[in-house]
Design a protein around this ligand. Structure first.
Ligand code: SF4
Length: 253
């Protein structure tokens, strides 16, 4: 499923409430530096006519949409950078974040600003600065084992797990980790990121990163890869308990 608009929603989000989305990627393709086998937008594909929106388009469409929502007395809990791929890949990401913060301050000061990111670009100064400015800097870490990440998230060739973890650590706790738990088979290889080995490796990374919260969830929407299995609530609760025992706040979505 692709988001066919630059500003979409508001949608009721399990994690973020009434969320107005900003899609900084093409509306007719998916562009991401990961290519997760569960991505609700499908596998990466770039249409020949695909274009990313300009900063001016984003800001003017967002302003119009906020005014329209407020005129109907509806509320906005969060303005969320998400959409058809990885938002931090937009070359004007920092400038857009700063502008969105300004607009939000004028029209809906109680709304939070969130970014859903795969964290691969956090090493870039402008991306790091932008993510530090938002209320909810939500970064993906589906495993503490590099081979598992390569299988289920399929990052581009720049990916190295130690570098990713080090970049996350540099936020000094100003980040939320989101982890999707599931099992299945892809490319002839079986995986399950809830096994004891996996949880031990993942916990080790989280103790280095020290996030302010970890969001745990499982599959909820159709996936591009077949043979993927959802994890039940009891398993998520058991994993969450292990985090809580380590003093890490959790949220199950
Ligand atoms: S990081 Fe997010 S947008 Fe990119 S492929 Fe994975 S789920 Fe999809």
């Amino acid at each position: 499923m692709l988001f066919d608009e630059i500003i979409f929603g508001p949608i009721k989000s399990r994690r973020l409430g009434n969320s107005l989305g900003i899609n900084l990627l093409p509306t007719n393709g998916k562009l991401c530096s990961f290519d997760c086998i569960y991505c609700e937008c499908g596998f990466n594909f770039v249409n020949k006519t695909a274009k990313i929106p300009t900063k001016e388009q984003v800001i003017s469409l967002l302003t119009l949409k906020i005014k329209e929502i407020l005129a109907k007395n509806n509320k906005i809990d969060t303005i969320t950078f998400a959409g058809n791929g990885e938002p931090t890949m937009h070359p004007k990401f920092l400038e857009i974040v700063k502008n969105v913060i300004e607009i939000c301050g004028i029209f809906c000061p109680n709304a939070k600003i969130s970014v859903l990111s795969n964290a691969l670009h956090c090493g870039k100064k402008s991306v790091f600065e932008a993510l530090n400015l938002v209320d909810n800097n939500i970064l993906k870490l589906d495993s503490g084992i590099e081979a598992t990440i390569r299988l289920i998230n399929r990052p581009n060739s720049t990916f190295l797990l130690p570098a990713l973890v080090e970049n996350m650590r540099k936020f000094n706790g100003n980040l939320i980790i989101q982890t999707l738990f599931f099992s299945g088979e892809f490319d002839g290889k079986k995986f399950d990121n809830t096994t004891e080995n996996e949880i031990v490796a993942w916990l080790k990374m989280l103790k280095i990163i020290k996030p302010k919260m970890v969001m745990l969830y499982s599959l909820d929407r159709p996936t591009p890869a077949k043979n993927l299995q959802k994890v039940n609530l009891e398993t998520l609760q058991k994993i969450a308990q292990r985090l809580e025992n380590e003093g890490i706040t959790t949220q199950i979505n």
